[in-house]
Structure formats: C-alpha cells, structure tokens
Design a protein around this ligand. Structure first.
Ligand code: KG4
Ligand code: ZN
Length: 330
C-alpha cells in the first residue's frame, strides 16, 4: 500500500511517499526556520503564508523523488491536528484537492500518532509499549496495548519540555529553536549550578515551569548584578535535570505496566543526552528512538501512522476533514 503523507502543523511544509507503513520512497521537508529566526519563534500568520508558497512545489518534488505518479497512490494521510490552525488548513486543503482530483481515499491523522510511528521506520513495535512523547507542545506518557491504541497515563501539568528548552535558550541568547543549541552547549561542560527538585501530582505527570522559571530568574539576577553567566554550565545543569525527570517517570511507567518496549517520540527525541540516558537505563526492555532525521516534524511519519490507522479503520474521511488546534489522541 502506497501512502502520500502531508504535514504542515507548525513550521515545516512536508510531503512524503511511504510504502506499507515502513519504507520511505520520498520525504521532502521544507523548513521555515530561517524565516522565523528573525522573530525568535514561530509567527503563526507568517507560517501559514510560507506553507501556501511551498506546498505545491513540495508535493511535486515528493512524487518525483519517489518516481511515481498520482495513480500509484492508494491513500492520502494528512495531519489534522493539533497544531497552528492556519498552517494545518494549508496541508489539509492541499491533500483534499489532490485526493479529490485523483479519486484517492483520504484520512486525517493525529500529529502525535505520527511522531510515535516514526519509531516504526527502523524498529518494530512490540506491545504493550510505553511511548514518551516530548515535543514543543507535548510531554506525555502513552500506553499502547496494540497498534493504533493510545491510553494517556500522564502529561505535563504546565509547560512542555521542548517549550522550556526554547524559552531558556532565548534568555541565554542562543537563538531559535533552542533545543539543539542547548543540547550542543550542554555537552561542552559539566553542570555548574544547582537545580530545584521537580514535584508533580501524579506518578506519570511532568512539570517544567518551576525548572524553567528557576533558570530564567537565575539569568536575570546575574544580568542585573552584572555578574558573568556560565552559559555552558547552566545549559548542562538544566539539561541533566530536564532529562532526569523524563527518565524517572518513564522508568516507573514501564515497570508498572510491565511494558515490553519503551519508545521516545517528538522533536526532543533528537536530544543526545536523552538518547544516551535511554540506552543506559532501559536495558531490561526493547527500546527505540526515531532515526535522527525523523525526530522533528516530517510527512513520512504521518504516512506511516496513516497506514496503521487505515489498517485498523479502512474508511475514507473524504472531504469532511477539518483542522483542529487542539485534539485528543485517545
Ligand atoms: O516535534 P517538533 O518538531 O514540533 C512539535 O510538534 O512541537 O518539536 C520541536 C521541539 C522544539 O521545542 C525544539 O527545541 C525541540 O523539539 N528539539 C530539541 C532538540 N531538537 C529539537 N530539544 C532538545 N534537544 C534537541 N536536540
Ligand atoms: Zn511535532
């Protein structure tokens, strides 16, 4: 089964062609990062306009690179949410027009399902599994007892981990997006500042606002006193605390559910420290993190998730799909 995937929920315009929920025939990603860098973060209105400019070109390139034509495609899978509504609608309308013109079934797919299924590219899911979802908007633990079955065990009570990375990078003047910049800097030095202990209500919940505020206040105080800031030592201290919180909660979830596998999904899964800590702490179960290039937003993961969604429920959403800025995975 050949699936055309479309993703435009934030600042990446992406179209892919994937086969049988595994093989990637093409995955074209146009990133708007350089456009948004001038503003220090994604500007929704600018993002929608950039998607409009690039969508058709990215569609054509994805088909060309896969060396196929529209008649070879069995299914169109497009991100329906959550995300920036204006951005989502560009991808959805492009996907609808393509599906309608070529008489192909079309389904709307949850963005986080896509991130989770990026793990199917180089690995094979074994159930029950625990998925740690870590992105700019999400920090949650999901239990999957089978393909395309999602039970949320817990989530962040305030900020997402990626959001904390981005905001701290901004006060440290490391640019946008902040995650990769902090990750790089943190690897150059050991922690030189103490971080607060993170407390949460539930066993599987997360909290990043306390840690984030602590770091921001520290930086502002040092700036006010005109004292030097050890950026690398601070990045390292923050990263160790942030990742430890993810690992501790995930270990508990894996243990309590007797999961056979632990996987990580979302943009923050590109984090080098998180990847090495997963390797070090989860030796008792099978683990997977997506290939580096498929950690952040891309259409291949949407096509793969779409394949499994359609296996479970082979019904076309036809022209009914709408965009949703917020959307429940369960
Ligand atoms: O999944 P994603 O591409 O978009 C959302 O769906 O949110 O994730 C983007 C997030 C940003 O917050 C970015 O700073 C973070 O992932 N990120 C990282 C790294 N690479 C991307 N965070 C920490 N370390 C990284 N290496
Ligand atoms: Zn994402």
């Amino acid at each position: 089964m050949i699936v055309l995937g479309v993703e435009s929920s934030c600042d990446e315009t992406s179209v892919s062609v994937t086969q049988d929920g595994k093989t990637i025939l093409s995955n074209v990603v146009f990133s708007q990062i350089t456009t948004h860098q001038a503003f220090g973060g994604v500007v929704p209105e600018v993002a929608s306009r950039e998607h409009i400019k690039k969508m058709t070109v990215v569609f054509e390139e994805a088909l060309q690179k896969a060396k196929i034509t529209a008649k070879d495609i069995d299914l169109v899978a497009v991100t329906k949410g959550p995300g920036l509504i204006g951005s989502l609608l560009v991808g959805i309308n492009g996907a609808k027009a393509f599906a309608f013109a070529n008489d192909i079934p079309i389904i709307g797919v949850h963005h986080i399902a896509g991130h989770i299924y990026a793990n199917q590219i180089e690995s094979t899911m074994e159930f029950p599994l625990i998925a740690l979802v870590v992105s700019g908007g999400h920090t949650e633990l999901i239990l999957m007892k089978d393909h395309y079955s999602f039970e949320k065990l817990g989530e962040t009570q305030d900020d997402a981990v990626g959001e904390a990375y981005d905001k701290i990078a901004r006060v440290l003047e490391l640019g946008y997006p902040g995650g990769p910049a902090i990750d790089e800097l943190a690897h150059t030095k050991a922690p030189t500042y103490a971080m607060p202990r993170i407390q949460t209500k539930g066993d599987y919940d997360f909290s990043y606002s306390g840690l984030k505020s602590h770091v921001i206040n520290l930086v502002n105080t040092l700036k006010m006193k005109k004292e030097p800031i050890d950026k690398a030592g601070l990045a390292s201290a923050f990263q160790q605390a942030a990742v430890k919180h993810l690992i501790d909660k995930s270990l508990k979830a894996v243990e309590d559910t007797h999961a056979k596998m632990f996987i990580v999904a979302g943009g923050v899964s590109a984090n080098k420290h998180l990847r090495s800590e997963v390797e070090a702490h989860f030796t008792h179960v099978k683990t997977s993190v997506p290939p580096f290039a498929y950690c952040t937003d891309n259409a291949a993961m949407m096509g793969i998730a779409g394949y499994y969604q359609y296996q479970k429920n082979p019904v076309s959403d036809s022209m009914r799909i709408n965009g949703h800025s917020r959307l429940n995975l369960e």
